[in-house]
Ligand binder design. Structure first.
Ligand code: DP6
Length: 348
């Protein structure tokens, strides 16, 4: 299917370890964040482009169907970036995306979606102009453009561990794009798995944009942005040293802080479900009995991500199946793990 006037990109979701929660200006973060890119939870986007003489008319399908809400977001994003990619004024785009995991349920579907679409847009630019971009520049531009659509998408372009947001802990880090830090991560963390337990696959009761907006009047915002900066520094050190104890502590503190901030915001909803809390309690019990390195994190939703090293995979699967699936919707979970980042699919 990939040809002179089409391309297909797969992009994975990522899970934030230090959370991005609060933004300013044009999609700039209030604090740096750190994430791990996943492997199996991916969005695939197919894009075809056709030159036109009049105003372009784009089409967008999600899972093969019209999806008016997503379509509006996609078209307004294309309008927003015409000044950066001027070719968009002269081409019709036919875009079709599909996820292999439930969207809008607290797994970063906007991240995988935006990054897969932006990579299509940049590949189209390259093919139309006939000028291949330097790969480093190509992916950095992809991260910048993805950020303009959804902040966390800046981090989904690259595999492994990534930092988005300026921090003294990582030279070259920026609020504009994410950078990859795999070369300073201890081998143990490169084996990490992420079991995503689906407590509820329903649409989130708090959209990300509304959630970030809540931080504007949150009384703890300034303190949060400071502690997120400090946690970024600490986590970068932990990832380097391989200290799993400290990793668990900071990851869970970040998850609980995110939900604490949401609940402490005026009008902020409770996003955890009873099943989320039961799972957290069971994880803590399990850890105290076994000395396991299993820890959890949460996005802005009820689903829970269990992070653990590969060498514990057998026991943890038994624990999930025996003790945790009872709290999941239809016993649903995704057995995911650290991944390599976006990929262009070859012609099929
Ligand atoms: C809780 O990136 O979805 O998942 O920039 O408005 O699209 P927008 O927000 P989004 O926010 C993600 C918030 C989070 C934490 C994180 O991924 O860092």
């Amino acid at each position: 299917m990939t040809s002179e006037n089409s391309t297909i990109w797969c992009a994975p979701a990522n899970i934030a370890l230090v959370k991005y929660w609060g933004k300013q200006g044009d999609q700039l973060p209030q604090n740096p964040s750190v994430s791990m890119t996943l492997s199996r939870s991916v969005t695939t986007t197919v894009m075809k482009w056709t030159r036109v003489t009049g105003p372009p008319v784009h089409s967008f399908l999600f899972d093969g169907q019209p999806e008016p809400l997503f379509e509006r977001k996609v078209f307004s994003y294309i309008d927003k970036i015409i000044k950066i990619l001027p070719y968009l004024s002269n081409f019709n785009l036919d875009i079709s995306s599909s996820n292999n995991f439930p969207h809008s349920s607290g797994i970063s579907s906007s991240a995988s979606f935006m990054s897969s679409m932006v990579l299509c847009l940049l590949r189209a630019e390259e093919k139309i102009s006939g000028k291949p971009a330097d790969p480093l520049e190509f992916y950095r531009n992809a991260s910048t453009l993805a950020r303009l659509g959804s902040g966390s998408a800046a981090r989904s372009v690259f595999g492994g561990f990534n930092v988005w947001g300026a921090t003294g802990a990582v030279a070259g880090s920026s609020n504009e794009f994410a950078i990859n830090i795999n070369d300073r991560v201890h081998p143990i963390f490169k084996t990490y798995r992420d079991a995503i337990l689906i407590v509820s696959s329903g649409v989130k009761s708090l959209s990300s944009s509304a959630g970030h907006g809540l931080m504007e009047s949150n009384p703890y915002a300034a303190e949060r942005y400071k502690s997120a900066g400090e946690n970024t520094h600490k986590l970068i050190g932990i990832l380097k040293s391989g200290n799993q104890e400290e990793f668990m502590r900071i990851i869970e503190e970040e998850a609980m802080t995110l939900h604490g901030l949401i609940q402490a915001s005026s009008g902020g909803p409770i996003l955890m479900e009873p099943g989320t809390i039961s799972i957290i309690r069971r994880i803590r019990e399990y850890r105290s009995h076994t000395g396991s390195s299993l820890c959890f994190t949460l996005d802005a939703g009820p689903n829970i991500h269990l992070l653990y090293p590969e060498d514990e995979a057998g026991e943890i699967r038994r624990f999930i199946e025996g003790s945790l699936l009872q709290y999941c919707e239809n016993s649903n979970w995704i057995d995911d793990r650290i991944g390599d980042g976006c990929k262009e699919k070859p012609r099929v």
